[in-house]
Design a protein around this ligand. Sequence first.
Ligand SMILES: Cc1cc2nc3c(=O)[nH]c(=O)nc-3n(C[C@H](O)[C@H](O)[C@H](O)COP(=O)(O)O)c2cc1C
Length: 210
Amino acid sequence: MRALDVFAGELPSFEPHTAPSDPEPLFVDWLFEAVDVGVREPHAMTLSTVDPEGNPDARVLILKNVDADGWQFAVHAASPKGRDLAAHGRAALTFYWPQLARQVRVRGPVTAEPAERSAADFLARSPEARAEALLGFQSRPLTDLAARDAATAASLERVEREPGLVTPEWTLYSLRAEQVEFWQGDQQRNHTRLQYARQGKVWAKQLLWP
Ligand SMILES: Cc1cc2nc3c(=O)[nH]c(=O)nc-3n(C[C@H](O)[C@H](O)[C@H](O)COP(=O)(O)O)c2cc1C
């Protein structure tokens, strides 16, 4: 492992004194820069949750949107992450854009959006993604791959017959950030970290030691 390069090549600089007063526009700038340099799935993030016994878990998920309501993502309520969020309504999101050596960390409480918004998100998904979610089997043991293929094919036929079908367990969540940290890596290890902490209606900015 020690022979592998870390933060090789040219990296962008980050001037924290030019950072906006709110973290969302800076996040959107960084996301677009990740798109521009060709990061694969730049809107993929690690969603960390805690189960009722306090055990943490983490997995990669697609971010749907960031707006005044928060950072939105959708889960099947019957999946392990769906159960974690229902039991313990706090989460963390972590983005990593390797080509830029940038990381963003977001933490805060989550709220399930009203059923109409979850349904709209569900219907905006591809037929294949809807077919998979309609099964509601995510993360359950699977005996063989043929069983998966047969069930998803049958579910896809159902989606094609009934395009308005929505599973009520599909849940759009908004995470209301309380803390957002921007981390810019540097080859000399002079990494730059800027943390935003929500204080009532405003954000306080704080540099952190790398
Ligand atoms: C790039 C990438 C994107 C993913 N996007 C999603 C997603 O949007 N929704 C989802 O349920 N799982 C997604 N997954 C799969 C999850 O990481 C995970 O395996 C699945 O949601 C089951 O997680 P759970 O058992 O903790 O509920 C994605 C995986 C990768 C690598």
